[in-house]
Design a protein around this ligand. Structure first.
Ligand code: 6PG
Length: 477
């Protein structure tokens, strides 16, 4: 046995992770259900490091040093369970199975528990950064036992993206913590992308500019506070011309956003945890709305555009308004995502370090952004921060952005350009900072129709008003 780690499942992500491991000096055992993939990987990239190609799972397991570390990179759900079932009888106490796919954290918890009773470690690991990230340095979010991390840490930290000499990998917490954090990463990814898309749409409507002109605006934004991978590739996509038609690429793509489900999971779990991740939810619903073609067509027929053009008087001021609105809304999305991680960590007793999470996301992942440094700083300085919105830099930035944010949301509503994530983020901010919310009336209504009781501002305890009696006496409940 010579290999320090093995990868089974050599589609593009598994293949690239294996190459990254080998390039970084680790001997990597390879396995794939159909051996052609293993052979082509060795034929095309065998010179990048030391690979031990195998054609059966038994040979694959035999090639690994103990404790064995096996990365499985197959489809989430049934296929993952199938590979685990095949592997388990071949492994010995203390061996580690690492699931680097986008698994649901509840599945990861179930698998971890089942394998723990067999003396094996199961490490659900979030990996972000797409194909290029996997090859050159992803962001890695490992869950599982602290003991498994003693073996995996040095390997993962070496192949992860590095920012300021720090790896974008830390042990997130036990059992499903890594996949939970990856799930929320994807929820934030949905919000970030929806906000960028709304900014583009507003700029396009307001300025009447072409996509390639808009690409320049995003390129410029990428040299400021908004600097991030997603803004960078937005400029790239907007500047791209379709070879077949000569049209802007963004104009030949169908306007229906798809999803594989991680954003939806984030929202479902947020509902269970009672965490209002409104921006992420709005972004997820915006994707599903875009796919309801029949309803959209019917509404287009029923409510034709007035044809009125949006006249922006001061172009530079408008661009700056959209930039500030985008930044403020983005802060809301991250604040909500970190709230959800805190809540998940409390619910499952994971002890997740929020500053550490920001560290992992500084590089390699899809939502990598300059301001993750500031998030790290904010949570390092105050781990019990009630919300990221009130950390000094974020509070100042939002405060400075509020007039722009209001103008953009108000204008978008006036002219009828939908900006659901901008509007929802602003409403979230206003709700948080409201002295009094109309929730008091909701409590009154609940008590009126269902005797659901309410609490008073001036006395402890629960109360019920006898609504049906003439004197409407109040009773302690
Ligand atoms: C990443 C991404 C990745 C995800 C895609 C597609 O971090 O590298 O989050 O894991 O699968 O972004 O997600 P949707 O198909 O749901 O948009």
């Amino acid at each position: 046995a010579t290999a320090q780690i093995g990868v089974t499942g050599l589609a593009v992500m598994g293949r690239n992770l294996a190459r990254n491991l080998a390039r970084n000096g680790f001997t990597v055992a390879l396995h794939n259900r159909s051996p052609e993939r293993t052979r082509s990987l060795v034929a095309e990239h065998g010179d990048e490091g030391t690979f031990v190609p195998t054609e059966s799972l038994a040979d694959f397991v035999a090639a690994l040093e103990r404790p064995r570390a096996v990365i499985i990179m197959v489809k989430a759900g049934g296929p993952t369970d199938a590979v685990i079932d095949e592997l388990v009888p071949l492994l010995e106490e203390g061996d580690i199975i690492i699931d680097c796919g986008n698994a649901h954290f509840a599945d990861t918890r179930r698998r971890e528990e089942a394998l723990r009773t067999k003396g094996l470690h199961f490490v659900g690991t979030g990996v972000s950064g797409g194909e290029e990230g996997a090859l050159w340095g992803p962001s890695i979010m490992p869950g599982g036992s602290a003991e498994s991390y003693r073996k995996l840490g040095p390997i993962f930290e070496k192949i992860a993206a590095q920012v300021d000499g720090e790896p974008c990998c830390q042990h997130v917490g036990p059992d499903g913590a890594g996949h939970f954090v990856k799930m929320v990463h994807n929820g934030i990814e949905y919000a970030d992308m929806q906000l960028i898309a709304e900014a583009y749409d507003l700029l396009r409507a307001g300025l009447g500019a072409t996509p390639s002109e808009l690409a320049e605006i995003f390129r410029e934004w990428n040299s400021g506070e908004l600097e991030s991978f997603l803004i960078e590739i937005t400029a790239d996509v907007l500047a791209h011309t379709d070879a077949a038609t000569g049209e802007a690429f963004v104009d030949v793509v169908q306007d229906r956003a798809e999803q594989k489900g991680t954003g939806r999971w984030t929202v479902q779990i947020a509902l269970d945890l009672g965490i209002p991740i409104t921006g992420i939810a709005e972004a997820t619903f915006a994707r599903s709305l875009s796919g309801h073609v029949d309803q959209r067509e019917a509404a287009v027929r029923a409510f034709p555009d007035s044809g009125e053009k949006w006249q922006v008087a001061d172009r530079e001021a408008f661009i700056e308004d959209v930039r500030r609105a985008l930044l403020a809304s983005k802060i809301v999305a991250y604040a909500q995502g970190f709230d959800q991680i805190r809540a998940g960590s409390a619910e499952y007793d994971w002890g997740i370090d929020l500053g550490g999470t920001a560290t992992i996301w500084r590089g390699g992942c899809i939502i990598r952004a300059r301001f993750l440094d500031r998030i790290k700083q904010a949570y390092d300085e105050q781990p019990d921060l009630p919300t990221l919105l009130v950390a000094p830099w974020f509070a100042d930035t939002v405060r400075d952005g509020v007039p722009s944010w209001r103008r953009v949301v108000a204008e978008s509503a006036r002219v009828g350009v939908p900006a659901p994530a901008f509007a929802s983020s602003l409403a979230y901010f206003d709700a948080l900072r409201a002295q009094r919310l109309p929730a008091a009336l909701i409590q009154g209504l609940r008590d009126n129709f269902g005797a659901h009781t309410y609490r008073r501002v001036d006395r402890d305890g629960s109360f019920h008003t006898l609504w049906a009696t003439p004197d409407r006496a109040e009773t302690p409940a």
